[in-house]
Design a protein around this ligand. Sequence first.
Ligand SMILES: [Zn+2]
Ligand SMILES: [Zn+2]
Length: 199
Amino acid sequence: MDAILGPIGEFWDGFLSNPVVQLASQLIVIYVVLLWLGTAYWAFRDMQARTENPILPYFAAALIIFFTPLLFIFAVVLYLIVRPRESLAEVYERSLAEESLLAEVEKNELCPVCRDRVDSDWLVCPNCRTRLHRVCPSCNRLADPTWPLCAFCGTDFGRESSRPQRRAASSTADAPPTDSTAPADATAEHARLRGATNT
Ligand SMILES: [Zn+2]
Ligand SMILES: [Zn+2]
């Protein structure tokens, strides 16, 4: 028995006492320890990017440390399974995309009053007669009714909207019958006519 084990043990002892082998094994141990600590740091930073909780990143790093340099790879597998799926940046990006999509739908596709589907270039909601846009008198492009001035040519609607009333007082010919201000113009015209007949 010793005749067989003797040479093997001698060879093994010689192999381990070889300075090159000793140096290589030391380097491997140092590398594995650095990998272990680096992985703990990675888990810390990764968890920081995935949660606003200030304690969880330390738990992630502690998990890696707890599994020792020999077994930490199992902790990495475990961490990859239980970590939050999305990073905070991805969550933010997704919510931003959803928000802008919602705003797009609400702004362009639905009537603000009756929530009926409308087209982005319609003037009036055909369902509830809400004024959706106005035509700029200067450049003839569609302007939002809430704009104080035309976004395309800069015409001030505040000054524009007071002009038709003055024009209605002087002549009734240019008041469009479909315009929502038509009844007001008509009563103004009646008042003017009555005033004219009274004097
Ligand atoms: Zn409507
Ligand atoms: Zn304009």
